[in-house]
Design a protein. Structure first.
Length: 316
């Protein structure tokens, strides 16, 4: 294989990338034509898209190419899960410098495919273009399999709020990496590759979830979207939140508050949902709050003193 993407050329790069992407049963026509064809058995397709920009969402000195691929896929697959749907396929747009090692692009592709395979999805196509920085744009497709989508707008007073997945781990990893360290490995890996609770979205829908959201920009910020869309107030009980040991250790070393990471840290891609009170939820779902009449999100009955989560256009 040529050393760089520029040496490989556009179509050589496409061929090298797609060669490592097996296709699943819903793919009727995969990479190689003007468009892919993916089956949509119930006549509807759930669609989402997300961008990762080098030095904004990842750094090549912090994450290897496979890590970036896993993260790019996971962020989009999680959004499909948050609708109560099952992911089926991904389309990827890739911008790269000509001098980028060709092996880096191929390893990125492998990471994308490996993450998609965790849910039985396929990378079915995309595009490549020359860019001064690495930019990865992923569009994910999913199926509701005859069910109704779980939106952000269905929460009702009297519901409980529950979360599935880890919170604060990716932020702890970011704080470690930003200070030039590479340990504890558990939190660093959490920043590099989210652990999405796959299957939890369909599970929540089957249990009667009234609203749901992917936690990518921070628990409080994303619950704010649910509260606004549903026209309700949400209160989070901090005593019900899990602050894992590795988070406490890192926070102690850095003089930080680990609960703040749990409440406002992004990139863990947990799921948060509202359910009718009285339901018996599976063990991996933890009730952390309640829904009432009103507006906004509070913590322990009081306004949270600090940023609620990540905003792409806040600051520089």
């Amino acid at each position: 294989m040529p050393d760089s993407v520029g040496d490989l050329g556009e179509f050589g790069l496409i061929g090298a990338v797609t060669a490592r992407l097996p296709q699943g049963p819903v793919v009727l026509l995969g990479p190689g034509d003007d468009s892919a064809v993916v089956a949509a058995p119930d006549g509807r397709v759930v669609v989402t898209t997300d961008l990762l920009v080098e030095n904004r969402h990842f750094r090549r000195d912090w994450s290897d190419a496979a890590d970036v691929g896993h993260k790019a896929a996971a962020q989009n697959l999680s959004d499909i899960e948050a609708m109560g749907a099952r992911p089926t396929s991904l389309v990827v747009g890739l911008g790269v410098p000509a001098e980028l090692p060709a092996s880096w692009a191929v390893e990125l592709s492998a990471g994308l495919g490996e993450e998609a395979a965790l849910v039985g999805a396929s990378v079915v196509g995309g595009d490549v273009v020359r860019s001064p920085l690495v930019v990865v744009s992923v569009t994910a497709l999913g199926t509701l399999a005859g069910g109704a989508p779980v939106t952000r707008s269905g929460a009702r007073p009297g519901d409980v709020v529950a979360v599935c997945g880890r919170l604060g781990w990716a932020e702890a990893g970011y704080q470690v990496l930003s200070r030039g360290f590479r340990t504890p490995r558990a939190v660093v890996e959490a920043h590099r590759r989210p652990q999405v609770p796959y299957g939890a979205g369909v599970e929540a829908a089957s249990l009667g979830a009234t609203a749901m959201c992917d936690v990518s920009d921070g628990l409080l910020g994303d619950l704010g979207h649910v509260a606004a869309a549903s026209g309700v107030a949400i209160d989070v009980d901090p005593s019900h939140l899990t602050v894992a040991g590795p988070l406490r250790e890192v926070a102690s070393a850095l003089g930080a508050d680990p609960l703040a990471w749990v409440l406002t840290g992004g990139d863990d891609n947990a799921l948060v949902a509202t359910f009718p009170a009285g339901l018996e939820l599976p063990e991996r779902w933890t009730v952390i709050g309640s829904v009432s009449a009103g507006s906004g999100v509070t913590v322990g009955g009081a306004e949270y003193d600090g940023p609620a989560g990540h905003d792409h256009f806040a600051g520089s």
